[in-house]
Design a protein around this ligand. Structure first.
Ligand SMILES: Nc1ncnc2c1ncn2[C@@H]1O[C@H](COP(=O)(O)OP(=O)(O)O)[C@@H](O)[C@H]1O
Ligand SMILES: [Mg+2]
Length: 237
């Protein structure tokens, strides 16, 4: 088993054509290993969300290659018709707003994707309760999202992202709506998940205070992706 969770080579993404052509990513190559929490940092409009959505098999690249684990999923075209299946099985998404479904309780939100994947109600609920315990919100299992705080909802959203046991978590500004203490909690939790469950996490953030909690920083510069080490003395985990 390799340690590589994500490998991207010569990835290109343009939107539009002719005079309305927008080149967003122009030849990005990078890897993210299992167990790593990597921050993705770039100015607004630089292509962070687009990059996550390509890795997540949501947005089709223009060209290049993407491996998820040992599986090559894209080489100038999707190599499977079942991109949705890949997404459901390999990837957990976390967004800025938690996007829990408001008319389902927390347990139902967390078990939705595994049940869509054919996991039984009993098995998915047992694992969901383990996750809720892990994130110390097991007493909220029967509560509706509206009854939880922002930080609790975001923890529920992380539990939901883990419910299908993905090896990759893509988090797009997961702390943007949280105060600094809650943000640190959420990022530490993502770090714990990466380490303990051997998951690769890419987290988009604008918050410099979160960077010392990460293992590495990916930056989009000149439409390419560069890897930057986190200053050692700044690492506090
Ligand atoms: N569906 C789309 N059609 C056309 N342009 C898009 C589309 N999605 C994103 N873009 C453009 O791609 C660039 C990168 O957007 P995005 O990935 O959202 O950046 P970020 O997340 O870094 O703020 C922006 O210039 C944006 O306008
Ligand atoms: Mg974005």
């Amino acid at each position: 088993m390799s340690t590589q969770a994500i490998k991207v080579e010569n990835l290109v993404k343009n939107f539009g054509k002719g005079s309305s052509l927008v080149e967003v990513i122009d030849g990005a190559s990078f890897e993210v290993n299992k167990g790593e929490l990597v921050a993705l940092v770039a100015p607004s409009g630089a292509g962070k969300t687009t990059l996550l959505m390509m890795i997540g098999c949501v947005e089709e690249p223009t060209s290049g290659t993407i491996w998820l684990g040992d599986e090559k999923v894209y080489e100038n075209k999707w190599l499977t018709k079942e991109t949705r299946k890949i997404r459901r099985e390999k990837i957990g998404f976390i967004f800025q707003a938690h996007y829990l479904i408001p008319f389902l309780n927390i347990l139902e939100n967390v078990t939705l994707v595994p049940q869509t994947n054919g996991i039984s109600k009993k098995e998915s609920e047992e694992f969901a309760m383990e996750l809720l315990e892990y994130f110390e919100i097991q007493d909220k299992a029967q509560a509706m999202p509206s009854a939880l705080s922002g930080g609790q909802n975001q923890r529920a959203a992380i539990a939901r992202a883990l419910a299908n046991k993905p090896k990759i978590i893509l988090a797009d500004e997961p702390t943007a709506a949280l105060d600094s203490k809650r943000s640190v909690d959420v990022v530490k939790m993502l770090k714990k998940v990466a380490l303990e469950q051997d998951v690769a996490v890419i987290m988009v953030t604008h918050d410099e205070a979160m960077l010392p909690l990460c293992d590495r920083i990916l930056k989009i510069e000149d439409k390419k992706v560069i890897s930057v080490e986190v200053a050692k003395e700044a690492q506090i985990l």
